[in-house]
Design a protein around this ligand. Structure first.
Ligand code: HEC
Ligand code: HEC
Ligand code: HEC
Ligand code: HEC
Ligand code: HEC
Ligand code: HEC
Ligand code: HEC
Ligand code: HEC
Ligand code: HEC
Length: 416
């Protein structure tokens, strides 16, 4: 009995040993060797925002990398000795240089990654945040406001405050707080407007990272409102054809002279909402009638383009209905689907071509698409006709054969 208990005890001890070992192996070695961490954990004075996956910790940089001092002694006087390079906690104004001692140095950063950018601090001081920080403003964002201090991760990491899905929330902490922003002369509705926009819903609801977050339009470190010249170019980085067509349109020069931001005039910037064919019309939702009135070339253009688009859309919808009819009958729909897909591509292209504001170019494309839609409709009609021919043809054939057999029967009987 006694030896049995001993065996149990030994097994339990071994299991405990294995489990503590593997837990220790999982841990970053700095937790065992770095006296700053060992002591700060012991005295429960770890920063509140500390995270094990902090990239600096992962790279083996630990506390002294940023705060300086000597991480190899457990004597607090020596460890946090200014003589040994301890710099303590930086003020907001000091933060850019504090981070920049590594991030602005090619020599330091190259040791970790060969082609990492080292322009963040320089870029930062071109932004409104950076300029105001220099002037002594204590409320603007510095490095830590966007990155945190102790849970910094690469923007590819879903937990990072700079991950595309998290950026709007990061900017929101200040920009949507009317109390915090009250001494500044700017609105606090950017986040609110952004979340209901096409871009915001695609990014935040559908997790589509192809849709812009705040930093895609404002830059990461150069956060300023894009200037007059650059708004359209920023939109154009993703919507290249819209920009190209607009740039070749008769309105490009007029807008430049009137100092109007091109895309923004008709679409807004934070609150970009889904577009519709009604925008190019002379109806209630028109974006043309603010500047063009009856008799203008621009006004007529709006009327004509709207008509071309609605004619095309009507045919397209008709074709789509026919396709549904075909599908319900369980008939072959490959050719029709193909024609309809081509019509759909043309419809998308036509709506982009609107940005030429040239009725002739739009009409030409719309006609091309309408023909594809008509082709789909005709194919469907043919398919439906064939269906009835097959069905009634079979009926007629059956009746005919029956009559023939009956006639034959009577004939044979009469012969008997
Ligand atoms: C033996 C324990 C011990 C060691 C080792 C130690 N610290 Fe500290 N640290 C403390 C204590 C206690 C305080 C708070 C008292 C103070 O401010 O001096 C503190 C405060 C700090 C602060 C805040 C200072 C401020 O001005 O508010 C920082 C930053 C810091 N330590 C970083 C480090 C770094 C970096 C190392 C390693 C190079 C380190 N510590 C090593 C115990 C330690
Ligand atoms: C990437 C650079 C960086 C690293 C690495 C770093 N810190 Fe900090 N730390 C800062 C900055 C910047 C501040 C001031 C801003 C703030 O308080 O958020 C700060 C503030 C502090 C403070 C005072 C405020 C607070 O949050 O309690 C303490 C204590 C501290 N750090 C301890 C540590 C310890 C311990 C480690 C190692 C586990 C560490 N830091 C690693 C940059 C760093
Ligand atoms: C001791 C030098 C040093 C200091 C000081 C330092 N960093 Fe770093 N930082 C690094 C290194 C090394 C990396 C890892 C590079 C890599 O592999 O991507 C890094 C990575 C980063 C990354 C992630 C880069 C990526 O891969 O996307 C960010 C963001 C960052 N640091 C911000 C800061 C901020 C903010 C501060 C100041 C609070 C700071 N760093 C202070 C050395 C430093
Ligand atoms: C207004 C917010 C903001 C401020 C302020 C800010 N950053 Fe960034 N930073 C970002 C965002 C967002 C990214 C991620 C970009 C991406 O998607 O790759 C980034 C990326 C980085 C990277 C990764 C490499 C790179 O250039 O993309 C480093 C390093 C970095 N920041 C350091 C800093 C330092 C140092 C400061 C202070 C001088 C600072 N940041 C200030 C928002 C900010
Ligand atoms: C720590 C708070 C804080 C954070 C976080 C922050 N900002 Fe700011 N931002 C400010 C303050 C304060 C101003 C100065 C307002 C002014 O003077 O107009 C400002 C100014 C700006 C401006 C210039 C506005 C103008 O026309 O004057 C832009 C653009 C901007 N921020 C974008 C961003 C973006 C994008 C992010 C997130 C990546 C962000 N900010 C994060 C506080 C913050
Ligand atoms: C699709 C591009 C785009 C996105 C996304 C975007 N902005 Fe802007 N933002 C702009 C443009 C363009 C302006 C300049 C408008 C002007 O000056 O007429 C601007 C202006 C600003 C301003 C100056 C004040 C104002 O409202 O006019 C701030 C602050 C700002 N944006 C913050 C943000 C924040 C925070 C986010 C994310 C929640 C964001 N922006 C997302 C394009 C964008
Ligand atoms: C980073 C890329 C990117 C940038 C920059 C960008 N957009 Fe977009 N935009 C998209 C994506 C992706 C969608 C589609 C979202 C969806 O899934 O509905 C979109 C959708 C749109 C739509 C709606 C299209 C529709 O079918 O109704 C409009 C209008 C628009 N953007 C205008 C703009 C304007 C104006 C700007 C500049 C202020 C801009 N975009 C900047 C990527 C971008
Ligand atoms: C004069 C007004 C006007 C200007 C300027 C303008 N648009 Fe449009 N945009 C429209 C109208 C009208 C539609 C709707 C077309 C439709 O659906 O019939 C539209 C539709 C769109 C669409 C959705 C259709 C598509 O192409 O996918 C996007 C995206 C778009 N615009 C982006 C931009 C961008 C980017 C700029 C700046 C280069 C810009 N627009 C400038 C009026 C304008
Ligand atoms: C912000 C004001 C503004 C808006 C909005 C606007 N335009 Fe214009 N447009 C002008 C100006 C200014 C001119 C150049 C002067 C002129 O010919 O009337 C112009 C010129 C034109 C021209 C060329 C006229 C010519 O004589 O060759 C056409 C076509 C046109 N616009 C169509 C449209 C359409 C369609 C819309 C709506 C989608 C629209 N515009 C929206 C201001 C505007």
């Amino acid at each position: 009995m006694k030896s049995f208990l001993i065996i149990i005890w030994i097994i339990a001890a071994m299991l405990m040993l294995i489990s503590t070992r593997s837990a220790a192996q999982d841990k970053n070695p700095v937790f065992e060797t770095d006296d700053c961490i060992i002591c700060h954990i012991q005295i429960e004075m770890m920063p509140a925002d500390f995270h094990q996956n902090d990239i600096h910790l992962q790279e083996g940089l630990s506390c002294a990398g940023c705060h300086g001092g000597d991480p190899s002694t457990d004597d607090p006087e020596l460890a946090m000795d200014r003589e040994r390079g301890f710099v303590g906690v930086p003020s907001r104004q000091e933060t850019p240089e504090f981070c920049g001692k590594c991030h602005s140095s090619i020599e330091v950063m190259r040791k970790f990654r060969p082609r990492i950018a080292t322009d963040q601090v320089e870029q930062y001081f071109t932004s409104i945040h950076g300029q105001k920080l220099k002037q002594g403003d204590k409320k603007v964002a510095e490095c830590v406001a966007c990155h945190t201090a102790h849970s910094i991760m690469s923007a590819n990491d879903g937990r990072a405050s700079t991950h595309p899905l998290n950026v709007p929330g990061t900017c929101k902490t200040c920009h949507s707080d009317p109390e915090y922003m009250k001494e500044y002369d700017i609105p606090t509705d950017q986040f609110e407007n952004f979340t209901v926009s096409v871009h915001g819903t695609a990014l935040l609801d559908n997790k589509d990272t192809g849709s812009p977050a705040c930093n895609d339009c404002h830059g990461n470190h150069g956060a300023t409102p894009p200037g007059l010249e650059s708004v359209s170019h920023i939109c154009g980085t993703c919507h290249a054809n819209n920009l190209n067509y607009f740039s070749s349109s008769p309105m490009e020069k007029a807008f430049r002279e009137m100092e109007i931001h091109a895309c923004e005039q008709c679409h807004g910037y934070h609150e970009v909402i889904p577009t519709s064919d009604e925008m190019i019309s002379v109806g209630e939702k028109s974006v043309c009638t603010t500047c063009h009135s009856e008799g203008d070339v621009g006004y007529t253009a709006a009327v004509e383009i709207h008509k071309d688009l609605t004619d095309f859309v009507q045919k397209y919808n008709e074709a789509e209905k026919k396709l549904q009819e075909i599908k319900k009958k369980g008939m072959d729909d490959v050719d029709i689907l193909f024609a309809l897909q081509e019509a759909n591509q043309t419809l998308i292209h036509t709506r982009t071509l609107v940005h030429t504001f040239d009725p002739l170019q739009v009409e030409e494309k719309a006609e091309e698409g309408k023909e594809k839609a008509i082709e789909a409709i005709n194919l469907a009609r043919q398919e439906i006709e064939d269906f009835y021919i097959r069905r009634y043809g079979f009926g007629f054939a059956t009746i005919f054969i029956t009559i023939f057999v009956v006639a034959l029967y009577f004939k044979v009987r009469s012969l008997d």
